[in-house]
Design a protein around this ligand. Structure first.
Ligand code: CU
Length: 348
């Protein structure tokens, strides 16, 4: 009777004699489970992160545009690069100085519905309203079965999700977007950072030759954050530089299997980033970056990456190239376009 106890949970306990016989095996198993559990929770337990508070101002810009800035009167398109380390929390207090409903919605990080930035969750700023959004992040953790849950580190982005439509289409069209970088502790920090947003037929809301000219001295570590928005398919290409198609753009060792590329799809909502040493293996000069969809590059989706000499002086031929880009080249493109229209009109 005592040998066959039914517990409160309804499970039959083994008769004592069987229990004793099985004890050795059970003991080992239990031990193994304990070890596995310890291993699982030990290696990459998230460090206690810090809470970083940032105030972001959404402001009206000339031409009916909108932008985010870190101080009143400093809004830009794209907005400021927001950064955090895995495990940290970013508390974004968004001050809406405009007369329009808007929000801030992040990619890649952790947040509750209240910080979603979407009207679906009533998460937005009314005109003139100030609201705090909380973005959390986590480090990589080991899980059972020799697998890993990825951490939050990556080249992400943020944007409005409430202006114009419930998807923030109006906000994106007006310039409410920017880069969000989540770093892993120990990541190499860059000397310079560039945000490049391909959206519709524009780069950072500009068309060549008014697109940004990014500048660095030879050998400086430049970090590129590429973001896609809008309704068109794009491919990002950078002349004379190449990067590993992984989280950082750098190979982690001689057998790192990452593809090395110099062109990558940049479609709406996606983002990636990489670090390259300016002019590495090729030297200084005026290099181009552009969308590699030909129709797009021909009609204004290109810009310049000016790699100066290591001492900051202008390399030979660079100014001529810049002048060509700003004048002649795009005049020629415009002329070719006009001629194409003329030919089309004659029915040839
Ligand atoms: Cu394109």
């Amino acid at each position: 009777m005592e040998d066959n106890v039914v517990s409160r949970s309804g499970q039959h306990h083994l008769p004592r004699r069987n229990l004793l016989a099985a004890a050795g095996v059970l003991g080992l198993t239990a031990g193994a489970v304990t070890v596995a559990t310890t291993t699982k929770s030990q290696p990459a337990r998230a460090a206690a992160g810090v809470i970083k508070k940032v105030t972001v101002y959404a402001e009206a810009l000339p031409g009916g545009l909108l932008g985010y800035g870190l101080a009143p009167g400093t809004a830009t398109i794209p907005g400021p690069i927001l950064e955090m380390y895995e495990g940290d929390t970013l508390e974004i207090t968004l001050v809406n100085t405009t007369t329009q409903r808007l929000s801030i919605h992040p990619h890649g990080v952790d947040y509750s519905t209240g910080s979603d930035g979407a009207p679906l969750n009533a998460s937005f700023n009314e005109p003139g309203e100030t609201r705090t959004y909380v973005w959390r992040s986590h480090e990589m953790t080991a899980t059972a079965g020799r697998r890993f849950m990825p951490g939050s580190a990556g080249y992400w982005h943020y944007h409005d999700h409430a202006n114009g439509t419930d998807h923030g289409t109006g906000g994106l069209n007006k310039g409410l977007y920017g880069a969000l970088v989540v770093r892993r502790r120990g990541d190499i920090l860059p000397d310079k950072q560039f945000t490049v947003v391909f959206m519709d037929m524009m780069i950072n809301h500009k068309v060549a030759p008014d697109t940004p000219m990014f500048e660095a001295d030879l050998g400086q570590r430049t970090e590129w954050i590429a973001i896609g928005h809008g309704n068109l398919f794009h491919t990002f290409h950078l002349h004379a530089h190449r990067w590993a198609d992984n989280r950082t753009g750098m190979l982690e060792g001689p057998s790192d299997p990452s593809l090395v590329i110099d062109n990558k799809d940049l479609n709406p909502g996606s983002s990636f980033g990489f670090q390259v040493l300016a002019g590495e293996a090729v030297g200084p000069g005026a290099w181009m970056y552009h969308c590699h969809v030909q129709l797009h590059s021909d009609t204004g989706m290109s810009g310049l990456f000016l790699v100066r000499n290591a001492d900051g002086t202008m390399p030979a031929g660079a100014q001529e190239a810049i002048d060509r880009f700003r004048g002649h080249q795009h005049k020629a493109a415009a002329t070719a376009k006009a001629q194409a229209h003329v030919h089309g009109g004659t029915g040839s």
